[in-house]
Ligand binder design. Structure first.
Ligand code: PFF
Length: 462
């Protein structure tokens, strides 16, 4: 055993690891991002492609990430270096660390909005319908300069606070109670939302596909990106969490639990949000502000008790966001701790400050001083970074799939992942070798227009 392995922290229990991985997966992606990208991409067709991405591409790669991390007992980059020294695979790990900076920078901004809503439910700002309506209330908040920055700061401080404490005491404990509570609450709210009068339209929006949407390459990229984002996949977060795991655990069952829980959360959140959108005559494609406008409408409809429900809801979403944010920060922290021999404290604080600063333009881009300015892909900063993550995470996933699928001997991959020889094991390897890499490559090339350019060069019209 080398020194780094000896001093490496471990999860307290099997349950602790699974809950932490679930905590990483379930977050703003399931509620905030799932709702607004589903709304923007036409609903059911998007959801179908998303589900296919989760089960055919996501699930095999989750298991691959856990396997790499547990085998290597190192961070996203170190794991590749350890298992394949002096080979280019580590590029996948570097991309992951870069993605962690980018994603956490805007994730913390949105989580800051959630904190602001918690505060508004405590102090009365959302106790009754604001004069300018819930849309106006959100718009006024977001067009400020200092408040969005303040809430972004507060969330980053909280994230740093947990990660500084370390794996066992911080990350593991934070997940134990809050996740089940959030699950129960969104199921109750989904049932309530179905009684509001928009059930038919809402359900048909998310469950009966408009076939023309299948022709749009952007919908595929959005769905693929959403699957990776929601599962915390493609950037080494699950490699890093897997690295704090001992050899006793069974990885395939952990994989299935994480994927099904995460997907269940998203679908239930959809059932909570879309019927309400139609009941209140709102537009599903309102963009990143969607849930901040729709959900308070639902809570107002509940009556006096709705204030308590609203408070509880945003509190639990803040907790879910926190358990995801800590996994994002942990990817970068684990890398810097090993690479530069920084202490956990030093790495966490320095990286927290840097990521906060990277997030500043996002915080000002949704109505504030930078709104209307296009940045990446012709989009405002926050939307552009979210789209960049839709590309970065699948590319990271592509590297991971190829690494385990082709870089390892099949027998080793099976032994390390606790898969027993048989149909499922062969399916896993097949999905990693062919299905995941080919579909990721096609979806990215197609959505960026590169596919038709490449085919065009060969005289094929696409
Ligand atoms: N899975 C998280 C969510 O759905 O909110 C976001 C996330 C966490 C993405 C960790 C990537 C990651 F590594």
């Amino acid at each position: 055993m080398d020194k780094s392995t000896q001093s490496r922290e471990q999860w307290n229990s099997r349950l602790g690891f699974i809950l932490a991985a679930m905590g990483s997966a379930v977050g703003l992606g399931n509620i905030w991002k799932f709702a607004y990208v589903t709304g923007e991409n036409g609903g059911a067709a998007f959801i179908l492609i998303y589900l296919a991405c989760v089960f055919l591409i996501g699930v095999p790669i989750i298991l691959a990430e856990f396997t790499i991390g547990r085998r290597a007992q190192s961070d996203a980059v170190g794991s590749f270096q350890k298992l394949a020294p002096n080979k280019p695979w580590e590029i996948g790990g570097f991309l992951g660390v870069i993605a962690a900076f980018i994603i956490l920078s805007f994730y913390s901004v949105i989580a800051g909005w959630v904190l602001k809503y918690v505060w508004s439910y405590i102090t009365g700002g959302l106790w009754s319908t604001p004069e300018s309506g819930f849309g106006g209330y959100f718009g006024e908040f977001i067009s400020g300069t200092y408040w969005p920055l303040f809430w972004h700061l507060l969330f980053m401080v909280m994230t740093v606070g947990v990660v500084v404490v370390g794996i066992k005491k911080g990350i593991e404990k934070a997940n134990l109670i809050l996740m089940p509570a959030l699950g129960v609450l969104i199921v109750l709210l989904a049932v309530y939302s179905l009684t509001l009068g928009g059930a038919k339209e809402g359900l048909s929006f998310i469950f009966s596909p408009d076939w023309s949407a299948f022709a749009d390459p952007k919908v595929y990229l959005a769905a693929l990106g959403q699957a990776f984002f929601s599962l915390s996949l493609g950037m080494g977060a699950l490699i890093t969490y897997g690295s704090y795991l001992s050899k006793k655990e069974k990885l395939p069952s952990a994989t299935v639990s994480v994927a099904s829980l995460d997907t269940g959360f998203a679908i239930v959140a959809g059932i909570m949000i879309f019927p309400a959108i139609f009941a209140f005559g709102l537009a599903p494609d309102a963009g990143p502000g969607l849930i901040f406008i729709v959900l308070p409408e639902i809570f107002a409809k509940i009556g006096g008790f709705g204030i308590v429900v609203g408070l509880l809801f945003f509190l639990l979403v803040a907790a879910a966001a926190l358990s995801s944010a800590i996994s994002l920060l942990e990817v970068a922290v684990a890398f810097f701790m090993r690479k530069y021999e920084w202490s956990r404290k030093k790495a966490t604080i320095i990286l927290g400050v840097v990521i906060y600063l990277i997030g500043v333009p996002s915080a000002l881009s949704q109505g504030g001083p930078l709104s209307g300015k296009s940045f990446l892909f012709g989009l405002p900063v926050l939307d552009g970074l979210a789209m960049l993550s839709d590309i970065l995470l699948p590319i990271g996933g592509l590297v991971i799939a190829l690494f385990v699928g082709w870089g390892w001997k099949k027998a080793d991959a099976l032994a390390e992942s606790d898969m027993k020889e048989g149909f499922l094991a062969s399916l896993w390897i097949f999905l990693l070798r062919y299905v995941a890499p080919v579909s990721i490559a096609i979806i990215i090339l197609n959505a960026t227009g590169l596919l038709s350019a490449i085919l065009g060069a060969f005289g094929i019209e696409f």
